[in-house]
Write a protein that binds this ligand. Structure first.
Ligand code: BG6
Length: 471
């Protein structure tokens, strides 16, 4: 993994004290360090609003690293990484304060990778500030976190502002689900196995379920989450990305341009949900208090800083259809919610049943064959089929059994890399195929905007569910 060693780069992280940095970016940097993928002489300039000494920041980050990962931290590696962390407080509304960043960059010819781990309404100020200190030259790459804006219109406004300072090729629109090992494997599973290639259509598939269930609540992010809700936070990006990868046709060539072309075709064929279909095809919910892992947890309206009148959804289920020859009539269920009993992201493909049940005498209900792809946390591929239970007198006792391919066991991995470390490496290498295209973001917003507008018009019911709900 030393191929990056001859490239000199610095990281800038805006939002250095935020949830994303603590939960995802820091563990990713730690693992990159552990795998010897970082240079020895780069700086990771961490930019936050509050005034903290570097020492205090590093201490805080160490505590949060321990809190967010479930493996043991090697203190030697942490020390090596923490030497690269330079915390500064910058008021990004004051352009002159960006000079503080300039002072920390010792070589302007380096590649600068700047991560905007902050809400998108402040992207413009960061862009202005970076350009003020000439940090928008061709060697600067920016990674922008989703969701960008909260509608198609606001996305376009923010993106146009970014485009005043950065060219499209410098911008990496991140959707961290695209960096997950199992998501990447979807391409391989689908396009290199004849077993699946030829039955991947409405002749053989009955329905597809994309479930992204989370155990955590909003984790102190009320101010962000309440304006956004689960649909914009998760469906507009992660679930629609999964849907496009599951539904797209094989690209002519496996490269970024062709993959995006096929994904865009799917997004364009997504059937718009309208005033008549909104009630039938969507459900939204909000968690109330409950019990998770034997502990009482508060409801959404009892969270820190909450507004008790909020109607924001923390759960959503959408039945989507793709109007093309391949998928006409096949429902795609997009289900995602917070504070559910377990964390689990999975894709379940239900195949159609054989036209005739030859064994009716022995099993009157023939279950659908299923392909279950567990994306996380227990990466595996499962196929459910009907099989005979062996017995002496050859009685036909039939049972649904599960053929399981467990990633960690088969590849003998204790830890499967997380998406952020993989995607940071992609940016270092200037490769974009695991990043989203601007057009994909626009089409996703268009589809989501429609749903959210009809919810408002229809005054759609918000169901309450207990935290710890098992689905
Ligand atoms: C983020 C959302 O994009 O994804 C969070 O903003 C969510 O609300 C997170 O918790 C889930 O990511 P993962 O990788 O833990 O499934």
């Amino acid at each position: 993994m030393k191929i990056f060693k001859n490239k000199f780069y610095d990281f800038l992280i805006f939002g250095a004290n935020g949830d994303l940095t603590k939960r995802k970016l820091l563990p990713a940097l730690y693992n990159l360090e552990k795998n010897n993928c970082l240079n020895n002489n780069e700086n990771i300039i961490c930019i936050g609003r509050i005034n903290l000494s570097n020492k205090k920041y590093i201490n805080n980050m160490y505590k949060s690293l321990i809190n967010f990962v479930d493996y043991k931290i090697d203190i030697k590696i942490w020390k090596k990484l923490s030497k690269k962390l330079l915390f500064i407080n910058v008021n990004i509304n004051n352009i002159k304060e960006f000079i503080k960043i300039k002072k920390l960059i010792n070589n302007y010819d380096k590649i600068i990778i700047s991560y905007f781990a902050v809400p998108s309404n402040i992207f413009e100020n960061i862009c202005k500030g970076l350009s003020y200190i000439n940090l928008n030259h061709k060697n600067v790459r920016i990674i922008v976190e989703k969701p960008i804006g909260n509608s198609l219109n606001t996305f376009k406004i923010i993106n146009n502002k970014i485009n005043k300072f950065f060219k499209e090729k410098q911008i990496f629109y991140i959707d961290h689900y695209l960096g997950k090992e199992m998501v990447l494997n979807l391409f391989i599973l689908r396009f290199s196995n004849i077993l699946f290639l030829n039955i991947w259509n409405n002749n053989f598939i009955e329905s597809i379920h994309i479930n992204v269930y989370e155990k955590i609540g909003i984790e102190g992010r009320w101010n962000y989450f309440d304006k956004i809700g689960q649909t914009r936070d998760m469906v507009q990006n992660h679930l629609l990305q999964l849907l496009t990868i599951i539904a797209m046709k094989p690209p002519n060539i496996f490269n970024s341009k062709n993959i995006k072309k096929e994904k865009i075709k799917i997004l364009k064929s997504l059937r718009k949900i309208n005033i008549y279909s909104i009630k039938k095809n969507t459900i939204k919910g909000q968690y109330i208090n409950g019990i998770i892992e034997n502990k009482k947890v508060p409801g959404y309206l009892e969270e820190l800083d909450s507004n008790v009148n909020s109607k924001t959804e923390t759960f959503v289920s959408i039945r989507a259809y793709i109007d093309n020859f391949q998928w006409m009539g096949v429902p795609f269920y997009l289900n995602t919610g917070k504070r559910l009993i377990n964390k689990k992201s999975e894709i379940i493909i239900y195949f159609k049943k054989p036209a005739v049940n030859l064994f009716k005498k022995y099993i009157n209900y023939l279950p659908n064959n299923k392909l279950i792809i567990n994306l996380q946390p227990k990466e595996s591929i499962n196929i459910n089929i009907i099989n005979k239970i062996p017995n002496l007198n050859h009685k036909l006792i039939l049972k649904e059994i599960n053929l399981k391919f467990d990633y960690k066991k088969i590849f003998n991995y204790k830890y499967i890399y997380d998406s952020y470390e993989c995607l940071l490496l992609e940016v270092i290498n200037n490769r974009k195929y695991l990043f989203v295209d601007k057009k994909e973001i626009e089409l996703s917003w268009l589809w989501i905007d429609n749903i959210i507008n009809f919810w408002k018009i229809n005054n759609q019911k918000l169901y309450k569910y207990h935290s710890g709900l098992s689905l």
